[in-house]
Design a protein around this ligand. Structure first.
Ligand SMILES: NC(=O)c1ccc[n+]([C@@H]2O[C@H](COP(=O)([O-])OP(=O)(O)OC[C@H]3O[C@@H](n4cnc5c(N)ncnc54)[C@H](O)[C@@H]3O)[C@@H](O)[C@H]2O)c1
Length: 356
């Protein structure tokens, strides 16, 4: 049985570390293992932001490499230096963008995983964690999905992630690579790119702009604070004998979009009239829900952040970090926003004046 025990000086590769969850994970890792060496490999797409990691620049044991996980030469050079632990967060992650333009999702979320797995086959690692998603199950209308539930992804993001997820498993089954796969529910917290639901709602509400709600607003997700997702990953790194297994990560915090909107508006003392319905997303999954008992049994992990407290703290973070998100909500973001959301009434678009 392989041990997950970690020692000082061990080497971690965190791909996609300049994104939302990856950067939170680097913070959690440095707290837990201050003497570990951490290499971040990130392409810095629109979603990757060096500011998310600025506190680590120039600190001992930390290295940032700008590069693409699909680039075999870059990946090979890094792996040749040796890693103990690899966590692949790098991905195209926004469902709406995958509907408009699926190609890059297939590349990064499938081919990029292949490139990393191949390098890990040539340069053995102690564990390779593929960060998958609960969206691979497709919409779940009955009991929460266990890890053995069928994978029925219904949008190009979820389907590409399912490809990467199963490819990672195949490298365990075929080559004995020490792969672990996680499927987490929706994350929220600081440093999340403002196209995603909670930072979009928080930053729009702070700016006095409308909160675009798809269709009825009754689509449900389980929400986890990013710190809890990261503590689950750290617990899994330390768990013995988990290679070849899949672990759902959930928080039992199912909320629909209208409930989220109300919580965000309440935290900011903004009026409910800011909620604005928009034409629904095509193939919009009504609900995701996972059973995460396997993770609890293997590690004893439990989420620690109560949802309403987590939301209030998150909204406060966006209030206090306008310098972080204001520059992101310009240029290409606004073009995407206008393309993506078809408002069902005639109030002004963002950038065209405050909503009434
Ligand atoms: N956000 C969620 O709610 C959630 C839930 C479950 C699973 N996940 C998974 O967690 C991981 C991280 O998600 P996130 O929300 O932090 O995403 P994010 O979009 O904030 O960050 C993704 C990061 O990956 C980088 N990246 C993209 N393509 C790359 C490539 N080809 N090579 C190298 N780097 C590349 C980006 O520059 C960015 O820094 C993803 O794999 C995602 O599928 C996310």
């Amino acid at each position: 049985m392989a041990s997950g025990k970690q020692a000082a000086g061990e080497r971690y590769l965190v791909t996609g570390g300049a994104g939302f969850i990856g950067s939170s994970f680097v913070r959690a890792l440095r707290r837990r293992h201050p003497r570990a060496s951490v290499t971040v490999l990130d392409k810095l797409t629109y979603a990757g932001n060096p500011a998310n990691l600025s506190e680590f620049e120039g600190t001992p044991g930390y290295a940032f490499v700008r590069g693409d996980i699909c680039d075999a030469a870059v990946v090979e050079r890094l792996f040749a230096g040796g890693f103990d632990w690899v966590l692949n967060f790098a991905a195209e992650t926004h469902v709406d963008r995958s509907i408009g333009d699926p190609g890059q999702f297939v590349m990064t979320d499938m081919y990029g995983v292949y490139t990393l797995l191949e390098a890990a086959r040539r340069h053995p690692v102690r564990r390779f964690v593929q960060i998958s998603t609960d969206e691979v199950y497709g919409e779940v209308l009955g009991d929460p999905a266990g890890e053995e539930a069928p994978l029925l992804p219904r949008n190009p993001y979820a389907a590409s992630k399912a490809g990467g997820d199963r490819l990672a498993y195949s490298y365990f089954a075929t080559y004995g690579l020490p792969v672990v796969i996680t499927r987490c529910c929706n994350n929220y917290g600081p440093y999340q790119y403002p196209e995603k639901l909670i930072p979009l709602f928080a930053t729009n509400a702070i700016a006095g702009e409308r909160l675009p709600v798809y269709g009825s607003g009754r689509n449900r997700r389980d929400w986890i604070h990013v710190d809890d997702h990261c503590s689950a990953l750290l617990a899994l790194l330390e768990a013995p004998g988990v290679e070849g297994q899949v672990f759902n990560v959930g928080a039992d915090n199912e909320k629909d979009v209208l409930e989220i909107a109300a919580l965000v508006l309440g935290a900011l003392e903004k009026p409910a009239t800011l909620v604005a319905h928009v034409v629904d997303r095509p193939g919009h999954d009504r609900r995701y829900a996972v059973d995460w008992g396997r993770l609890r049994e293997a590690t004893g992990w439990r989420p620690a952040v109560p949802f309403e407290e987590g939301i209030r703290a998150t909204v406060r973070w966006y209030q206090e970090h306008e310098d972080w998100w204001r520059p992101l909500k310009s240029g290409e973001f606004l073009e995407f926003y206008k393309r993506n959301y078809k408002f069902l009434d005639a109030r002004p678009e963002p950038g065209e004046g405050p909503a009434t």
